[in-house]
Design a protein around this ligand. Structure first.
Ligand SMILES: Nc1nc2c(ncn2[C@@H]2O[C@H](COP(=O)(O)OP(=O)(O)O)[C@@H](O)[C@H]2O)c(=O)[nH]1
Ligand SMILES: [Mg+2]
Ligand SMILES: [Zn+2]
Length: 291
């Protein structure tokens, strides 16, 4: 039985990539009875029946994203621009939390570095590379960093996230020109108005791997994360876990806090710690208003 991956679903049909071919398939009726909806990214078995193709089996999902709705994503490229639009680091931190919450590998990509002087360009993400994140600087104008990006995309399923207008679609076109994704803020805005059924699609890369382009969100809700778990999403805190005076230290006001000590010693980045306290505050307020 051929095994493939669902790259697109439209009007009850699923398009399954099998050994270089794309087959138009229907899902076996049993899935509806079991309340299972096939998702883009699902690895499936396909059988031929009466001249058509049927999805016979869906393999267990390794990951499952809700927005966009895709299964088995391995990695998120979180894209920002160093200007136009200028980066919103609070939003970047939320994207990082979401990515980690969804068990994805994360790459931060700062695009449009052609708009910056060399000296300033390298500063923005210093806080993040210091925290252990993989960071890439790119420009679709000069082509800088595109080869690095390509390497990261090879043989995995990557979702491109980040605000709209930062150059996600342009970057993907640079990675592979045959993708021909629509770019440009103005046309995209008007398109979004009339074309609400933008389908989520896995785009196959010639070198192996798939990418998902997203229109981009300008806000993210992380309110479902309990405030006491927020620290788990700051990887640079992990070295200090267990060294605070209090076992359940929130690293906010407690005395003898190893994390705060590390911030004072400049081992943990001050800006990232400030971001932690701000998000902690935000989550504390949300929890209170639920009661
Ligand atoms: N200066 C500069 N402009 C870029 C770069 N990448 C994309 N752009 C421009 O930014 C705008 C938005 O790009 P687009 O790819 O549609 O962004 P998306 O909404 O994130 O997909 C377009 O006008 C692009 O031409 C870059 O590296 N440098
Ligand atoms: Mg786009
Ligand atoms: Zn602490």
């Amino acid at each position: 039985m051929p095994q493939g991956i669902i790259i697109k679903g439209i009007g009850g049909f699923y398009y399954v990539s099998v050994g270089g071919k794309v087959l138009e398939c229907k899902a076996r009726g049993k899935f509806r009875k079991e309340k299972i909806t096939p998702l883009v990214g699902d690895r499936v078995d396909v059988v031929e029946e009466y001249g058509g193709y049927i999805i016979q089996n869906i393999y267990p999902r390794i990951t499952k994203l809700i927005r966009p709705s895709v299964a088995n994503v391995d990695q998120a490229v979180i894209a920002f621009a160093c200007m136009k639009p200028s980066p919103n680091l609070n939003l970047l931190d939320k994207f990082l939390i979401m990515s980690s919450y969804n068990k994805l590998k994360t790459v931060i990509c700062m695009n449009k570095i052609d708009l910056m002087s060399e000296r300033d360009g390298c500063k923005i993400l210093e806080h993040y590379s210091k925290a252990g994140y993989k960071c890439i600087y790119t420009s679709t104008v000069t082509g800088e960093g595109i080869e690095d990006l390509k390497k990261e995309l090879k043989n995995v399923i990557t979702v491109f996230a980040g605000p709209s207008g930062v150059g996600k679609s342009s970057m993907l076109n640079k990675v592979q020109s045959s993708l021909r994704l629509k770019t440009g803020d103005i046309s995209e805005k008007s398109e979004r108005g009339k074309n609400t059924t933008r389908h989520t699609e896995l785009l196959e890369l010639k070198g192996g791997g798939y990418v998902v382009d997203t229109p981009g969100f300008s806000s993210l809700d992380i309110g479902f994360i309990p405030k006491d778990e927020l620290q788990d999403y700051f990887p640079e805190f992990s070295d200090f876990r267990g060294y605070c005076r209090y076992a359940h230290c929130s690293h906010i006001n407690e005395p003898g806090c190893a994390v705060k000590e590390a911030v004072r010693g400049n081992i943990i980045d001050d800006m990232r710690y400030t971001s932690y306290t701000r998000l902690y505050d935000e989550l504390s307020r949300i929890r209170r208003s639920y009661k």
